[in-house]
Design a protein around this ligand. Structure first.
Ligand SMILES: Nc1ncnc2c1ncn2[C@@H]1O[C@H](COP(=O)(O)OP(=O)(O)O)[C@@H](O)[C@H]1O
Ligand SMILES: [Mg+2]
Length: 250
């Protein structure tokens, strides 16, 4: 690598993620500090943690957008990212945005198939600016899925949506995950969202994965579920919110 650091990022045909001893410094501060992480093929993992704890930094490294690392990172070759802001190119019609960057000529049928999956067939030929926030976010998901990723990286993708649109988008991601069988790493600040969607919820703190829970519940899940309510209290405790935190302090 050309960075002068000791890190090694490798993209492999293997569909799993393996991170060993990952460190990312900004100046002399290690935001990520010898972090280990494994994600199995097809596993849905949610990542929570206080604002500024390094979640997006970790995601950017897994997306290969940041190379200033120490440690070992192994990710699937086929991966895709969707961010909170949909980042569509305003001068390209929606369908062209979906296949932007794919090799070869823009393939409209492929774009339309992906848009149909997210319920946006009727928006294929419009400019991004006429989309609602929820539609833009779905277009962004279509753009990720058209790449048929083994790993889908989502950074607070529903954070800017209103409550109802968010619930629909969460359901959609759950369906797409089951259909595509890809691994997902979803960064979210919403503990309930994490528990509804993920096989495993990780909590990042002090530069490492400090806690994790396995969510052993069939889908679709309901927030009223007593088991999930118990996990929710535990996660909020780790985050320093709610009763768990008060017990910790006692
Ligand atoms: N390019 C950068 N240069 C300097 N500091 C950064 C940079 N990117 C992120 N940081 C710092 O690293 C910390 C983690 O940021 P981030 O990963 O965005 O947190 P999160 O996504 O968990 O809210 C923050 O303190 C942030 O200010
Ligand atoms: Mg972030």
């Amino acid at each position: 690598m050309a960075t002068g650091l000791h890190g090694r990022m490798s993209a492999t045909q293997n569909a799993a993620v393996s991170v060993r001893g990952l460190t990312r410094r900004f100046g002399d501060r290690a935001v990520i500090d010898r972090l280990d992480l494994d994600i199995a093929p097809g596993e849905f993992v949610a990542l929570i943690g206080a604002s500024g704890c390094g979640k997006s930094t970790l995601l950017r490294i897994l997306a290969d957008l940041d190379h200033e690392i120490e440690g070992e990172v192994e990710v699937p070759v086929k991966r895709a990212v969707a961010f909170q802001a949909p980042r569509l190119m305003p001068w390209k019609k929606v369908w062209r945005n979906v296949v932007l960057g794919l090799p070869g000529l823009p393939d409209r049928r492929r774009a339309e198939a992906a848009l149909a999956e997210v319920g946006l067939s009727h928006r294929a030929n419009v400019w991004p600016k006429v989309l609602s926030g929820g539609e833009a976010q779905r277009a962004s998901l279509a753009r990720a899925l058209v790449r048929e990723p083994d790993l889908l990286l989502l950074d607070e993708p529903f954070g800017a949506l209103d409550a109802l649109t968010r619930i629909k988008a969460q359901e959609l991601v759950g369906e797409l995950w089951q259909r595509h069988n890809c691994a997902i790493l979803l960064v979210t600040h919403d503990v309930e969202e994490a528990l509804l969607l993920a096989d495993r919820v990780l909590m990042m703190k002090d530069g490492v994965i400090a806690h994790e829970v396995r969510v052993d519940r069939p889908r679709p899940r309901a927030v009223e579920d007593a088991y999930l309510a118990e996990l929710r209290a535990r996660l909020l405790g780790w985050l320093g919110v709610g009763h768990g935190a008060m017990e910790d302090a006692a």
